[in-house]
Design a protein around this ligand. Structure first.
Ligand code: S3P
Length: 186
């Protein structure tokens, strides 16, 4: 049962490199809505990069910051929210995001993820889990198969992104949102 009202957030979930941030930004301007990225909020509020947080305090601490960030969004409406790839690892995160959000799982093949990520990872301060690895494709595959069921079971809609430009994917989501959202004039 989809929890639709005219103030719903649009929440994008999915693996690193699938395009959550680019698509979210596109949708933010196309729909004239604020775009929020939970990783950016963590960086801004902590004053530290994601890699620094992982390296100095560990993944568990990062996940706690991620959960606090999502909690802080509980009273946000009408936003486009891009999440970190690991957001589904905590049930609480998804329960909070679903309270006022429609969840779109952006699903891309490992090839798509590798292509989108390979040029950015060298100086990446954002994806420590994928840094320093010689076999990006293998690591992404491992991660994807561990998380796939969580992405699927937590999503209201699954959007395939392979071979589609950002604006086409954004428009596809906007179209769905228009169809399900009452009184959505934008
Ligand atoms: C993570 C993905 C990253 C970031 C952190 C952990 C993950 O975000 O939250 O490095 O566990 O998959 P992106 O999905 O934007 O890369």
């Amino acid at each position: 049962m989809i929890r639709v009202n005219k103030y719903n957030n649009i929440v994008l979930i999915g693996m690193s490199g699938v395009g959550k941030t680019s698509i979210g930004k596109y949708m933010g301007s196309a729909m004239n809505r604020h775009f929020l990225d939970t990783d950016d909020i963590i960086v801004t509020t902590s004053g530290k990069t994601i890699s620094y947080i992982f390296n100095e305090y560990g993944e568990k601490y990062f996940r706690e910051l991620e959960k606090q960030t999502i909690k802080s969004l509980l009273n946000c409406y009408n936003k486009i929210i891009a999440t970190g790839g690991g957001v589904v690892l905590e049930n609480d995160n998804m329960d909070m995001l679903k309270k006022n959000g429609i969840i779109f799982f952006l699903d891309g093949s490992i090839n798509t993820l590798v292509n989108n990520l390979k040029s950015t990872l060298l100086n990446d301060k954002h994806r420590p889990l994928l840094a320093n690895n010689n076999d990006l494709s293998y690591n992404l595959k491992e991660m994807y198969y561990k998380r796939r069921n969580l992405y699927i079971s937590n999503s209201d809609y699954i959007i395939k992104v392979d071979d589609k430009p950002i604006d086409i994917i954004g428009e596809e989501i906007i179209q769905i949102y228009k169809e399900i959202s009452p009184c959505s004039y934008f």
